[in-house]
Design a protein around this ligand. Structure first.
Ligand SMILES: Nc1ncnc2c1ncn2[C@@H]1O[C@H](COP(=O)(O)OP(=O)(O)OP(=O)(O)O)[C@@H](O)[C@H]1O
Length: 721
């Protein structure tokens, strides 16, 4: 990068014209090429400085990835860039953009002024006119004093706006990434690599470079108009030669650098892969240490680094080849303006200052016409950023898009239904005898893997309040996938799942079957299919591996129902009149509630060991697996969902603790569906769903139900448990 910055400035010295050098060092655009590059490019090049010349070798199919064409890139750039300028921040954004453009215009004006000042300055010098020389010198110093702040302010305003844009884009992308379980789909289906890197590095790079680039283009256009007049006025053929030269140079550099976009794309990916590998070692430090897997980790990490390194070598070679041309292009023509206008000077047609002026104008125009040549590497790195962000943007859009009818038939439908508050008394005013509240309805559910291998065939059942169901079956038969489907994480297959929820206010009401009508189907109100509703509507899933958030013990317990600033969220909702949202969350537990629940799940000792509720630790490392599982149950007891889906959630616990936890959630009125292999689990459930490994050649159902304590297995389709 330093080389590139130097190369831009140096030609002016080669003409021996100091004014042009100072002027050009102030000029925005290609002369500030160090700023123009993304920081990832700089990081990459610093790594490259140490690279040896190992011949590059393609390592996987990524290497065959075709770089996108110009139309795709332009479309992607537009799609990524536009939303901010019409967002709720648009007024401030547009005002600031206008200010940046105005300042840029100001800097161009100052450059033109310097051009004329330079002419008069050198004329005075050549004419040995001391009085005029002193006058020009003072003008010159005054112009500097007035001009420099404009240049500094323009850069400051541009960077501030880039930061503001980045901040908006980061929230915008994170919101879509976390919506509709998109982050989970991307991870579980390996749709794209390193979304985190795209949010952190690529967004920062995009906003900074897009602004710089737009301003550079704007500046170049204005510059071109201003200096073309000057140069054309001095000697028209010089202008024509310059035009032909730069067009030819652009075509050649596009040809020579055509592979750089693909290489830059891969470099971004490979470096992110390497960094992710290091993060995984940190996250799984204990397992790796237990296994003594350092040697393997070293190999894996080195292979990732080597892959980044080899690609970087290839990138360096391509850059070097391009640089041969770019440097030649840059230097070859420097002598031309002086050489062309010198005869006019010798014949007395022009003054010496005009020689300087033509060289200065020539360099400006050359720089403007040669944007692509000079900035080809930066443009190719930027194109890779656009490509990666565009790809990410498309995935986020498709994940959050409403599905068409065609899609709906090919995937599992999940919907939420509100149980009406009216518990339909019978015509004689009495309660119906079989009054039970339906919580879950599964109809003709076929669960498949993403590769369309069937795991469960045509499963139908209903779960009523307190119908605790145990799901058993061999490993890999699809038990977790069934819960994933109910939780809305898994939609490969067909059939329908309906989850019935009551308004949050009713959750604390007694759940006795005697007071609740069974006529739920006639009083249901469909409230949507968004899986975001799951937690807020009273369904909680405890995964096989307890998840410990980064934060305090209090935050662990409140997760995922409340955040520490839940009160603010509720206030905001009240202000915006979203009464439904206010109803969705139960009151946040007090410290006493949290201590009580820790006591209930036999974790009170954590308070003294970790200095109360508000100290922060790496909880997944400092708590045993059994303690983490108990903490997960504590969350459940605080959130009091209607339905809990427990995936081997007590597998690390002793039998006494297991019994205690199940008794607690039963007493809290939570209906649960558990997955488990242990025989001790049977006594906490009423029914058992056994799933056997699906036979790919047969169309037979691979599941059966039985009552706990009964040996006989019965076909359960559409019967109440
Ligand atoms: N993201 C995925 N892509 C492809 N196949 C998957 C994916 N996730 C799970 N599977 C496959 O689906 C099958 C069922 O997995 P699932 O986790 O539901 O099994 P399980 O019955 O819960 O097993 P276990 O008792 O061992 O936890 C397995 O063969 C698994 O390899």
């Amino acid at each position: 990068m330093v080389t590139q910055a130097k190369l831009v400035v140096e030609p002016h010295f080669s003409c021996g014209i100091t004014v042009s050098t100072l002027e050009s060092s102030l000029k925005f655009g290609h002369r500030s090429s160090l700023k123009f590059h993304s920081f990832t490019t700089r990081r990459r090049l610093s790594l490259a400085a140490e690279a040896a010349t190992t011949p590059p070798a393609p390592t996987n199919q990524d290497e065959q990835r075709k770089p996108p064409d110009l139309q795709t890139l332009t479309g992607r750039f537009w799609k990524i860039a536009v939303p901010y300028w019409s967002s709720d921040d648009k007024v401030q954004a547009r005002l600031q953009l206008a200010a940046v453009f105005a300042l840029t215009l100001g800097t161009t004006g100052i450059s033109v002024g310097f051009n004329f000042l330079g002419r008069d300055f050198y004329n005075a010098l050549a004419n040995k006119d001391q009085e005029q020389f002193t006058k020009q010198l003072l003008y010159y110093l005054a112009a500097f004093a007035g001009g420099i702040p404009i240049f500094v302010l323009r850069d400051y305003a541009r960077e501030k706006l880039a930061l503001r844009w980045r901040s908006w884009m980061t929230s915008y992308y994170m919101e879509r990434y976390l919506k509709n379980k998109t982050f989970y789909k991307i991870q579980s289906q390996s749709t794209i690599d390193n979304p985190d890197q795209r949010i952190v590095d690529d967004l920062s790079s995009f906003t900074g470079t897009a602004l710089s680039f737009s301003l550079t283009l704007f500046n170049a256009a204005i510059d071109l108009i201003s200096f073309s007049n000057i140069l054309y006025g001095i000697y028209p053929p010089l202008f024509i030669v310059l035009l032909a030269y730069s067009l030819g140079g652009t075509a050649i550099s596009v040809f020579l650098g055509r592979g750089l976009v693909g290489l830059n794309f891969l470099q971004e990916k490979k470096e992110a892969d390497f960094r992710y590998g290091l993060v995984r070692v940190r996250e799984n430090a204990e397992s790796i240490a237990f296994y003594g897997g350092e040697e393997n980790e070293m190999q894996l990490l080195l292979s990732r680094f080597k892959s980044a390194f080899e690609n970087l070598n290839q990138l360096l070679i391509s850059s070097r080849n391009l640089e041969f041309f770019t440097n030649g292009y840059r230097y070859l023509i420097q002598i031309l303006p002086a050489a062309v206008v010198a005869p006019m000077y010798f014949s007395g047609k022009i003054e010496f200052g005009v020689v300087n002026q033509s060289a200065s104008a020539f360099n400006h125009i050359l720089g403007d016409f040669s944007l692509i040549v000079y900035q080809f590497q930066a443009i190719s790195a930027f194109s890779a950023v656009i490509d990666r962000l565009g790809e990410f943007d498309d995935i986020l859009d498709s994940s959050n898009r409403k599905k068409g009818d065609h899609d709906l038939n090919e995937e599992i439908q999940l919907s939420f239904c509100l149980i009406s508050c009216s518990y339909g008394l019978q015509s004689n005013g009495s309660m119906p005898l079989s009054s039970r509240v339906k919580l879950l309805d599964v109809e003709q559910l076929t669960v498949q893997t993403p590769s369309k291998a069937t795991l469960i065939k045509d499963l139908s059942f209903e779960i009523y309040e307190k119908d605790h169901l145990l799901v058993t079956g061999p490993s890999g038969s699809g038990k977790t996938s069934l819960l994933r489907a109910v939780a809305g994480l898994w939609n490969f297959g067909s059939g329908a799942i309906t989850i019935y929820v009551r308004p949050r206010g009713e959750l604390d009401m007694p759940h006795s079957p005697d007071v609740i009508s069974s006529q739920v189907t006639s009083t249901n109100e469909i409230i949507g299919d968004s899986t975001e509703r799951r937690n807020s509507e009273g369904v909680i899933f405890l995964p096989q591996k307890p998840y410990m958030v980064l934060g305090t013990l209090r935050q662990q317990l409140l997760y995922p129902t409340w955040t520490e600033d839940s009160d603010n969220v509720v206030d905001d909702a009240k202000q915006s009149g979203d009464a439904r949202c206010v109803n969705e969350k139960p009151n946040q537990p007090t410290s006493d509630d949290l201590i009580q629940v820790l006591n209930d799940v036999s974790l009170r000792h954590l308070l003294s060991r970790f200095d109360g509720l508000d100290s922060t630790y790496e909880w997944s490392s400092v708590l045993s697996l059994g303690e983490q599982q108990r903490l997960a149950f504590a969350r459940l007891l605080l959130a009091k969902p209607t339905l809990a889906l427990l995936d081997e959630s007590t597998s690390a616990l002793d039998e006494a603790n297991e019994a205690r936890l199940y008794q607690l959630i039963e007493a809290a009125g939570i209906t649960y569906i558990s997955i488990g292999h242990r025989s001790t689990l049977y006594k906490y459930h009423k029914k058992v769903l056994h799933i056997s490994t699906a036979n790919t050649t047969s169309n037979q159902r691979n599941w059966s139900f039985k009552n706990v304590g009964e040996d006989s297995i019965y076909d359960f389709s559409k019967q109440q448990l």
